[in-house]
Every structure is written in structure tokens, then in C-alpha cells.
Design a protein. Structure first.
Length: 301
């Protein structure tokens, strides 16, 4: 990478570290939402750098759909052990068993939207006053509306028309009892920035992001991983293909892309040439024109 890119990444890193330190200063009990995806991994490594040599002062909170990629869970557990992190898991399956949410049925069923209830339950139960997320403004138009410090009311809901100004990077974390904030330290980053930073910092990544052979099948123009969690239609044929994943989420709504990118350098080249967003392979975003915004208003990530 040239000097411009290095300076650009340093500026983004400095901004994100400043925000993470603001969280530690303004909130009493923050958590860091961790999925095992590249964005939450990047935020965690920024936190490790922001508070070094002290431990990360945030609990890792993973909302487990029960339909995650095994590779992402293994990576999560190795990371927790390596850095001595505190991990808390909020289970969608537990929420289903308690009758708090109803599991979807049918070929397009997904647990992705069901994550909101266990997330809000974990926040309330553990009295987390801030949840740090890895969302970026370039991902999706609803996320482009977010501030760095995003206020949530006592029901965990977000009002995009009533957000606080953030002039000169002055962040207002004042809240009433029962309310909390979502904070997004890498809001100004792009997918390319994330991958260049991962390359620069030599951050190990789950092998899902690199080219590998996997059994997949085609549905509505998207290739999905064959899994026990996926109900296939009679005409959907499983094939072994060389693929990778640009984004990692619930297996039931995360599509793969054909790719020979086996190194970080290859991924950076591929992202630079791509004309589609990474969330173009996420089925949950295609349910309606405002799918993400509706979920965020209800308390989603």
C-alpha cells in the first residue's frame, strides 16, 4: 500500500480508538457485539490496541442464532482464549424455547431477524448501558443514517429522525435509566478500509473469507452453503464449488461468491474490482425495501 493509504488508515484507526476510549469514559457497563465477522474482529483488535497493555474493558456479547458457521464459532472461542476476554452468549434457541420468539417455517426461513429479542434481553438482564457494534455506513442505506453514538430508548428502539448532533466529534452519551446506546467506531470505514487494515495489522481471519471448496446450491441467484439448517426445494441441486464469503452471518441468509482469492492481497484486489456490495449476498436484506431500517428501529444491530 502507498503512503496515502497508510495515512488514511492511521486517521481511521485514531478516530476509532478515540471513540472506543470515549465509550470507556462515558459508560459504566459497555459490551462489544461480536459475530466472528471481519468488522467485529476489526473493532476488537482496535480495542486491544486502544487499551493496551490493559485488558479490553468490554464484555464480548455474541448473539448466537444456532445456525452459525462452525468456523466462525471456533475462531471466536480461540480469540477469547488467546486474549483472556469475557464472553457472553445470548441464544436465539433459548428465546424460542421460552416462547419469546416464533421460529419461521418454510424454504426461506431464517433466524436472523430473531436475534433482536435475545439481544435486548441480554442488554436488560446484564444492565449494559452501551453496545459497541461493527456496522459501517457504506454497508446499507439504513446504516448510513446512524451516528457514532446512537441512542436507544427504554424499549431498545431507534428513532432515525431524532438523533443527536455530533459536531467536532463531541459525543453525547447522556441517557435516562433503562436506555442505552449503540456505538459504531468504524462507521467511516469502507469494506476496502477494513481489508487493508487487516492486511496492515496482519490480523488472522476465519477461513470462511478465503477461497475454499464447499457444497453449495443456487436459490434466487444466490449460492448458499449446504447445511442441515437449510430446507432445500426439489429442484435445488447441491454442487461442490470454489467459493468464499464476503460477509459472515446466519447460514440461512448468507450467500457465497465464486472466488479464487486465497490471500489477503487477493481479497483486496477482488474488493477493488467488485461492483456489488458485500450485503448483496444477504437474503435478509432483500425481504423489503426497508428491511434493515425496520429491524434497526425494533432494536436490531
Amino acid at each position: 500500500m502507498n503512503d496515502y493509504h497508510l495515512n488514511h488508515l492511521k486517521e481511521l484507526e485514531a478516530e476509532s480508538i478515540y471513540i472506543l476510549r470515549e465509550v470507556a469514559a462515558q459508560f459504566e457497563n459497555p459490551c462489544l457485539l461480536f459475530s466472528g465477522g471481519k468488522d467485529s474482529i476489526t473493532v476488537l483488535y482496535l480495542a486491544l490496541k486502544a487499551f493496551y497493555p490493559a485488558n479490553v474493558p468490554f464484555t464480548l456479547l455474541h448473539v448466537d442464532t444456532g445456525h452459525n458457521f462452525r468456523e466462525a464459532l471456533d475462531y471466536r472461542d480461540e480469540l477469547v482464549k488467546k486474549f483472556g476476554l469475557r464472553l457472553m452468549i445470548a441464544s436465539v434457541q433459548d428465546a424460542i424455547d421460552k416462547g419469546l420468539v416464533r421460529e419461521e417455517r418454510g424454504f426461506n426461513a431464517s433466524r436472523n431477524a430473531l436475534q433482536t429479542v435475545p439481544l435486548l434481553e441480554a442488554i436488560e438482564k446484564n444492565k449494559f448501558d452501551c453496545a459497541i457494534g461493527g456496522a459501517r455506513r457504506d454497508e446499507e442505506k439504513a446504516r448510513a443514517k446512524e451516528r457514532f453514538f446512537s441512542h436507544r430508548d427504554e424499549f431498545g428502539q431507534w428513532d432515525p429522525k431524532n438523533q443527536r448532533p455530533e459536531l467536532w466529534n463531541i459525543f453525547n452519551g447522556r441517557k435516562n435509566i433503562g436506555e442505552h446506546f449503540r456505538v459504531f467506531p468504524i462507521s467511516n470505514w469502507t469494506e476496502m478500509d477494513v481489508w487493508q487494515y487487516i492486511y496492515q495489522e496482519n490480523i488472522p481471519m476465519p477461513n470462511l473469507y478465503f477461497s475454499h471448496k464447499r457444497n453449495v446450491f443456487l436459490r434466487d441467484g444466490v449460492w448458499y452453503a449446504d447445511s442441515e439448517f437449510m430446507q432445500k426445494k426439489p429442484d435445488e441441486v447441491v454442487e461442490e464449488r470454489v467459493v468464499r464469503f464476503r460477509t459472515v452471518g446466519d447460514i440461512t441468509c448468507t450467500g457465497a461468491v465464486f472466488s479464487e482469492a486465497s490471500t489477503l492481497e487477493d481479497i483486496i484486489q477482488e474488493v477493488a474490482a467488485s461492483r456489488t456490495t458485500e450485503r448483496g449476498t444477504r437474503a435478509d436484506d432483500k425481504r423489503s425495501e426497508a428491511a434493515m431500517e425496520d429491524r434497526k428501529k425494533a432494536g436490531y444491530f
